[in-house]
Design a protein around this ligand. Sequence first.
Ligand SMILES: *Cc1c(COP(=O)(O)O)cnc(C)c1O
Length: 365
Amino acid sequence: MIVPFLDLKSINLCFRDDFHAALDRVLDSGQTILGEEVHFFEQEFASYCDVNHCIGVGTGLDALYLVLNAWGIGHGDEVIVPSNTFIATWLAVSHTGALPIAVEPDPASFNIDPIGIEKAITPRTRAIIVVHLFGQPADMDEIMSIAEKYGLKVLEDAAQAHGARYYGRRTGGLGHAAGFSFYPSKNLGALGDGGAITTNDPELADRVRALRNYGSRIKYRNQEKGFNSRLDELQAAFLRIKLPYLDAGNSRRNEIATLYQKKLRNPCIESPTVCVWAESAWHLYVIRTQRRDELMQHLEGLGIGTSIHYPMPPHMQDAYNDSSMAGNINPLASQLAGELLSLPMGPHLSDEQVNVVIQACMEFH
Ligand SMILES: *Cc1c(COP(=O)(O)O)cnc(C)c1O
């Protein structure tokens, strides 16, 4: 590949010596579960997101699920989710026993459409999960005012939006709580699985802190039926090394996005829309074209890696092929699945490589 879609190896190798030192630090501490590294990472990530509380958990899916669980959401409840998202957003709802109710995206931003949210609210609705898809914050002021009007909780799925800003405010503190993922390919990625919950609500923070650790606040005392979903001590140590470089990585992503936006001109390719409120984290640079598969092959032939996010929306997956989903057709999400293409994006790319991609896209007829 002349331009790889993603190069995690080179991103992580920059930190090789620091990672080795972190392993030594954890070995020397003798603490391998919920030790100092998790403790300090939680403080540092809370401060990064401008929130009061951060709780490290096992995965991004767990982060979302544990918040819904702590809010007491379960059987008979409905939670509004975007039709156009990674399936984890839906699974977090389904695992509580509640029903995910899909709302279609705004066709320009690909993020959940507030007008659709209000139409989907029923007496059973308890919460809304917004996804800051591809790194761009959703229309939070609008969504928070709808939530307030109907007494609903708002959970941010910020798995793709570490460090993104909405009118200058960081994601993670825009709703009542947020779930982050540190899956290796995310803007802040560990060397394995990891996740975190952020919130300004002290009661929720206390609740999920217990839930992630067997429902225990005092050793061998279990006030509730909790789970085992703790951020791994070593992963926390690795994340502490990478966190100070997150803003620089996001700025580099923004430079690359700007290059694409300015130079890529092709009538059959639609560039992504940046909303007025958004400083996107540019987790992905996603273009839209009716000739997606052809373009993908054209780029592949020139040694340029691309990817599809996502080839099949949650409602079309076998996992959701059941009667509770009847009538859930989401034509826009289905259409986007056939037209979206993610171009190479990440701090591993040079300007020369980005220009190769731009040139190749402009030669596509
Ligand atoms: C990656 C991702 C998740 C899940 O995170 P994991 O850590 O893999 O469980 C959830 N939602 C979105 C939008 C994601 O991109």
